[in-house]
Design a binder for this molecule. Structure first.
Ligand SMILES: Nc1ncnc2c1ncn2[C@@H]1O[C@H](COP(=O)(O)OP(=O)(O)OP(=O)(O)O)[C@@H](O)[C@H]1O
Ligand SMILES: [Mg+2]
Length: 255
């Protein structure tokens, strides 16, 4: 079985990378989980997983068509595919090869989480959303964040990608979470999966180069992510059918 999720948002810095790893670790209690840094222009996942010294990354795979297993690392109970951070690596990478990468991984894992770029500005930015079965939309509970995330939903659904749900992150006490939840329920297709508070633990986890659930498993934020993972109804897609769909996906030129 396999289901591929793009962890996406409209705005940057809302916590997609943090959430990809936290959901990945929570889901790894039950499933084989692979997380991929599909934010190939502004890759960050390696900084959250202690993989800054990785010899081979997704950039190499997308440049040379190298086997993705050369860029796959076992960390924190997950298979992690980090991406490099150099501009040259991004420039030389062929984003369309991501199709084969996810197709190969799909036959080896139960849950594939694609940490996605913010916004929808280029071919490499939209690919994770186009390829995934469903998106997990991460947003801060503000009207501008909601508005941007709605465009991601619109784009995703125009390519047949469903919405697995909405995750509020970096929620502060003074946010109008009730008002935003009402609007979210009205405008988004998927359920509200949960809320993660703005708190120190995710920041200190990042500084320690560890995912939140490894660094501070008893923190309020970690508990919230486990609740979100429970709310996510992972579907058991047929691995071969999903892999075929990835391989033959039509890639849009521009959003
Ligand atoms: N719940 C939270 N509370 C406090 N800080 C958080 C929380 N979630 C994430 N952060 C911090 O916010 C910053 C951005 O998080 P992250 O890199 O996960 O966001 P992103 O959406 O992936 O960003 P980008 O759009 O740049 O890829 C990081 O410093 C992270 O530690
Ligand atoms: Mg990120």
């Amino acid at each position: 079985m396999v289901e591929a999720f793009a962890v996406a948002s409209g705005k940057g810095g809302v916590g997609k990378t943090t959430s990809t790893l936290a959901l990945g670790m929570a889901l790894a209690e039950e499933y084989d989980v692979t997380v991929v840094d599909a934010d190939t222009g502004m890759a960050n996942l390696l900084f959250h997983t202690g993989l800054t010294d990785a010899d081979t990354t997704l950039h190499d795979v997308l440049r040379d068509d190298a086997p993705v297993f050369e860029a796959t690392y076992d960390r924190f109970g997950l298979c992690v595919v980090p991406c490099g951070t150099s501009l040259a690596g991004f420039r030389d990478a062929d984003p369309t090869r991501l199709r084969n990468v996810v197709a190969t991984l799909a036959s080896e894992t139960d849950v594939l989480l694609l940490d996605s770029p913010a916004a929808l500005g280029s071919k490499s930015a939209v690919l994770p959303v186009v390829l995934a079965d469903r998106v997990v939309v991460v947003l801060q509970p503000t009207i501008p964040s909601l508005s941007d995330a709605l465009k991601v939903q619109e784009y995703a659904t125009s390519y047949g990608t469903g919405v697995a749900g909405v995750l509020f992150n970096r929620v502060r006490d003074d946010d109008d979470i009730d008002g935003i939840e009402t609007k979210t329920a009205r405008y988004f297709d998927g359920p509200i999966l949960g809320s993660v508070p703005e708190s120190a633990a995710p920041r200190s986890a990042r500084r320690a180069s560890e995912p939140l659930l490894a660094h501070a498993p008893d923190s309020v934020a970690a508990h919230a992510y486990r609740e979100v993972a429970l709310a996510l109804d992972v579907r058991a897609g047929d691995s071969e059918a999903v892999a075929d769909r990835f391989r033959s996906a039509v890639i849009p030129d521009t959003p």
